[in-house]
Design a protein around this ligand. Structure first.
Ligand SMILES: [Zn+2]
Length: 134
């Protein structure tokens, strides 16, 4: 009788442990599913927001290559929102140029990009060649 009681107690202890572990596991699975679907949702949104026509990148790169004074460029980002296109670019220029010269180059980039991409907002960040300050 006593043995039987102990066995029942032991089983219920195991059952409780098992149930707790089971609940924790299910909880973790549900949470991770939630995170998963959230990240999927985010990705879908980003894809929509970052939807960029194939040729935009090539157009901007063409402009950057055509402008004298730009030694290199990086972090070119193009993003569309409705009918507007946002272009972000970091250019490097020779370090001994004056601020007027650099400003002229930046304006040139903005003007030329606006010519090839309608309704574009262009942000140019200029850096002296040889340094990488961001
Ligand atoms: Zn840089």
């Amino acid at each position: 009788m006593g043995k039987e009681k102990n066995r029942v107690a032991l089983i219920s202890v195991f059952a409780a442990i098992f149930l707790t572990a089971f609940k924790l596991t299910i909880g973790a699975v549900i949470r991770s599913l939630g995170l998963f679907s959230e990240s999927l949702g985010k990705r879908a949104t980003n894809v929509l927001l970052d939807r960029v026509p194939e040729d935009s990148l090539a157009k901007v790169e063409e402009v950057l290559k055509s402008i004298h004074g730009i030694t290199r460029y990086h972090d070119l980002r193009i993003r569309e929102s409705g009918a507007d296109t946002f272009v972000d670019i970091k250019i490097h220029v020779k370090a001994d140029l004056t601020i007027q010269q650099v400003h002229k180059i930046c304006n040139q980039v903005e003007d030329e990009v606006r010519k090839v991409i309608k309704r574009s907002d262009v942000f140019v960040h200029a850096e002296p060649e040889g340094k990488h300050t961001f």
